[in-house]
Design a protein. Structure first.
Length: 114
């Protein structure tokens, strides 16, 4: 798995063992390459690893990860991995309900997460 994600074995082991938080981009890469449910991947809950999310769902996750990254950089807010992952999920839920990934909406969710 480490090799397929262009990570060193040591880095992958640190992520596996919870010594370091898995960055959002790696979650997204795993999601795209292996069709694994990202919520299952970071929580270990849900329908299981083989649940496939196609098309629009992948686009929502891509938009959410990009919007959160950009907002965190602009606001200089640092969130620990668990809060950042919950924020990704909140933005995806917001998008599913027809919301926008604009600075105002994502900024409000960042303030809640911080």
């Amino acid at each position: 798995m480490a090799e397929s994600l262009d990570l060193s074995l040591r880095a992958w082991r640190n992520y596996e063992q919870g010594l370091r938080d898995l960055p959002g981009q790696i979650y997204f890469t795993i999601f795209e390459r292996y069709d694994l449910d990202p919520i299952w991947l970071y929580r270990g809950e849900g329908l299981g690893p083989a649940v496939r999310h196609k098309g629009m769902e992948a686009d929502l996750w891509r938009i959410a990860v990009d919007a959160v990254r950009q907002t965190l950089a602009q606001t200089r807010v640092a969130l620990p991995g668990a809060k950042r992952r919950a924020l990704y999920e909140a933005v995806v839920d917001h998008l599913r309900q027809g919301g926008e990934a604009d600075a105002k909406s994502v900024g409000a969710l960042v303030r809640l997460a911080a």
